[in-house]
Design a protein. Sequence first.
Length: 154
Amino acid sequence: MSRLKELRKYVDAELNKMEDADKRTSAIAHLYGVSLASTMIAKKRGLDPEIAAMAAMLHDLHAYKSGSYDDHAHKGSDLAREILGELQLTDESETEMICSAIYHHDDKPATDSPMDEVLKDADVIDHCLKDTSKVVKEKEQARFDKLCDEFGMK
Ligand SMILES: [Fe+2]
Ligand SMILES: [Fe+2]
């Protein structure tokens, strides 16, 4: 089994513990949506698509498990470190890359490391493209505009 598949098996089991069916469905859709977008963006930018996808699968897990978005990026980074330590799928530098991306993902105005940027951009892609009839949030507009340029989307 690939390590991405192994991580997804773990994340799926965690998400399946969520009692509210609607929240569970959106959580699954969001993590898999961001994971696919991360893969695409990482490949386009010459970064590791597998690490990008793994970071995406874990990025909001703390919020879903706790039911709160308070400081969920920083807490989620700690949770990811625990999970990756337990599953032993990544080496030290890969774990750092994944935890850093999750740590920074909620700070959308800042520009961080290339892999951090992949996760932020993938999060924005999922928010903005899963329903194009919805208005893009003001805090995501600038990043979304840059992505539209990069990917030739009008
Ligand atoms: Fe988040
Ligand atoms: Fe997210």
